[in-house]
Design a protein around this ligand. Sequence first.
Ligand code: B12
Length: 507
Amino acid sequence: MRVLLINSNRKHDMLAAAPIGLCYVATATEAAGHMVRTLDLCFLGNRVSRELKRVVGSFKPDVIGVSVRNIDNVNMLHSISYLPEVLELIDEIRKLTNCKVVLGGSAVSLAPEAVIRLLKADYIVVSDGEAPFRELLEALENKKDVSEIPGVGLLINDSFHFTLPKLVEFGNQKPDVGRWVEMSPYRKIGAAYNVQTKRGCRRHCVYCTYNQSLEGARLRLRDPYEVVSEIEEALEKYGHHTFEFVDSVFNDPLDHSRAILEEIVRRPWNATFTAMGVHPRGLDKEYLDLMWRAGFRSLMITPESASEKMLTNYNKGFGSEEVYRAAESLNKSKFAVWWFFMVGGPGETNETLQESLDFVLNNLQKKGRAVTHVAQFFIGIRLYPGTALWKIAQEEGFINSSSNPLEPLWYVSERLDLDEAVSQMSQSASICPEIYLGFDERVLSYSRTITSVCRFFRLREPYWKYMRLGNVIGIKSGIRFIFKHPDTAGLIRKALLRQSYAGRLVS
Ligand code: B12
C-alpha cells in the first residue's frame, strides 16, 4: 500500500520535537513491504495546505497516518489547545482524498474515544504504533475485519470499539529519524536528534499517564550497544551532534542508563547529550561525572516538589532528602539543569509550596557556581483519565462523569490560598532569576529571535539555559513580570469554573 505519514505537530519554538514516534512507525511500515512517504508540518508555516495538496496529489496514498502529539500545552495560565489545527488538517485531507485516515501519538493514547470522535478519523492506534498499524494495513489491504486488532479503535454505528493494546518487547527497531524528517530546521532552533532507550515506566506518580496508555508499566529496555550504535549511525549519516533521550525517565533503571553512558564513552567520537525526565535518585558525583564524560551538558529533572509531604502525596517514589542530595551533587558540576515543580497537588498548602520555593532559593541560586539552574513552577495539575488523581478529582468535585478529557482539566488543592500562592511565587521570582513561572512560557513565542541572538554570539546549547540570564536582565530593568496577568489567581479560578468546579477555591 502507499502510506503517507504526517506529523501534525507545529510547535516550532525552542522545544520543537522531531517526531520520533512517527519515524518508528514509518520504518516498521516500510519493513512490512509498504511504500512510505512522510510529511512534517512543523516548520511549514502558511505553506501547510499547499504542501499537503502537492504531496497527496503526487503520492496518491491509500492510507494516511497522522501523528497527534499534544492535546494542549499543559499550562493553566496560558492554555493552548492544539487539536483545532489537527481537525482543520483532517478536514483538508478529506477534501483531497477518500483514503482512510488513521491517528496515532500520545494525544490519541491519552483519550482515544474523545479523539476519534472529535477528529473524525477512521481508525486510531493507542500506545506503541508499529505492530497495530502494520496489522491494520494488512487487514485493510486484504479487506479483512480490523475490529479485533490489539491497540486499534474505531467507531461502529457510532459506538466506540477498541481492543486493548498488546505491548511487545522493544527489540532493536530503529526510527532513523534523519531519514524520514528534515532535521535542519530543528537543529537551527536548537532542538536535538531524538533517541529512545526504553519504553515503559515503573513509577506510579498519581497524576501521570506514562505507565498506562502511553508506554505501559513494564520496562522494555533496549540493548545499550544497539542504542549507541543508532547514535553513531545518525552522527555519520546526518551529522547531527546533539541528541536527546526521550525516555519517560532516562536514569531508571540506573544500571541500564549507566551501561549506555559507558558505551558512549567507549566510542571514538564526541557528541552532546541531554535528557528530559531525569530522576533525582542516583545523581551522585560518580554518575554525574559519567554523564559529563559521555557528553551530557544539560538535563531536565522532574522532582515536582521539594516537600516530603507532597512527594509522598504524588507517590513519586523518592523523598525530599534525595532531591536535596541531587542538588548538592549538581551544584558541584557545570551542567545546565531545568527543574520542574508542580504546584497544587493533593494536600498542597502554602507552607508546602514555600518549602519548594525555599529549596530553590537556598539551593539552586547561582552564587558564583558553574552550574546553571532553571526552576519552573507550574500551578494546577493536568488531569488525565485512568490516573489516581482523576479519581481524587472526581471525588472532590473538580470533574464529573461527563468531563471531556480533551478540555484542559485541572486539579488544585483546596488547601491552597490562591492569591497567597501567586504572591509567594512572584515574590520568590522577583529575587531569584532561576525561577520561571507559568506565564513566562509566552517567552517561547520569541524563540526564533532568542536562538538567532544565541547563534550570533556563538552561545552553547541548550538555549533554554539563557532564560536565567533573561530573568537577571528582567529583574534589573524592572520588566521581569512583563508576561504576568494582573489577576493570575483570577485566571486559575476561571479555568476551574470552565470545568464546572464549584468548590471552595471559586466561592
Ligand atoms: C520527551 C518529551 C518531551 C521533550 C521532547 C524533546 C524532544 N527532543 O523531542 C520536551 C521536554 C521538550 C517536551 C516538551 C513538550 N511536551 Co512533552 N513529552 C515527552 C515524553 C516524555 C516523550 C515523548 C516521546 O518522544 N516519546 C517517544 C515516542 C517514540 O513515542 P510517541 O511519540 O508516543 O510515538 C509512539 C506512539 O504514540 C505511536 N505513534 C506516534 N505517532 C503515530 C502516528 C501513527 C499514524 C500511528 C499509527 C502511531 C503513532 O507510535 C509511536 C511508536 O510506538 C512524553 C510522555 C511520554 N512518555 O510519551 C511527553 C508529552 C508528549 N509531552 C507533553 C507536553 C504537553 C509537552 C509540551 C506541550 C509542554 C510545554 N508546555 O511546552 C511540550 C511540547 C513540545 C513539542 N514540540 O511538541 C504531553 C502531551 C499531553 C498533552 N496534554 O497534550 C506528554 C504526553 C506528557 C504528559 N504531560 O503527559 N516533551
